[in-house]
Ligand binder design. Structure first.
Ligand SMILES: [Zn+2]
Ligand SMILES: [Zn+2]
Length: 149
């Protein structure tokens, strides 16, 4: 796995460093986490890596296209290493959990905008909002029984 990450870094002409490998590994195992969580995950194996180093790595990886930054309205920026497939996200309004949503298999219908005003569209970012299974189970459990208040 580490050699995969090394190859990814080399493919975009980034130097292979331990913090960069650690961030890629963290995002591979934990997609859609915010910066604070990336720092925690990296520090499990590399306790001496600074906050600033993780910020810098995230920025370099995002600029190089190895990491995608998503920021649902009202939430912290999240990062993931699944890039280049134009997938979308569903976000829980209640707890902020995020899951991936694929475009229809084999093509990306969302890229066909109803009116593109002459722009050449190469990416569509759709955020679906709702309630995750955990939160909807919880709210059902907390609902007062019908007829009693
Ligand atoms: Zn939730
Ligand atoms: Zn995703």
């Amino acid at each position: 796995m580490t050699s995969d990450f090394e190859a990814q870094l080399r493919a975009v002409s980034l130097r292979v460093t331990r913090p960069r490998l650690a961030v890629l590994a963290a995002l591979h195992d934990h997609p859609h986490v915010d910066t604070e969580t990336v720092i925690e995950l990296v520090r499990v194996d590399h306790p001496t890596v600074s906050h600033q180093a993780v910020y810098d790595v995230l920025k370099a990886l995002t600029d190089a296209g190895l990491v995608r930054r998503i920021q649902p309205a009202g939430a912290n920026a999240r990062y993931e290493s699944r890039v280049g497939d134009n997938h979308h996200h569903v976000v829980c309004r209640s707890c902020g959990a995020i899951a991936d949503v694929d475009c229809a298999v084999g093509h990306s219908p969302c890229l066909t905008a109803s009116n593109d005003d002459g722009y050449v569209v190469d990416e569509a970012e759709v955020v679906f909002w709702g309630t995750c299974p955990d939160c909807s189970a919880e709210s059902t459990a907390n609902d007062p029984p019908v007829g009693r208040k």
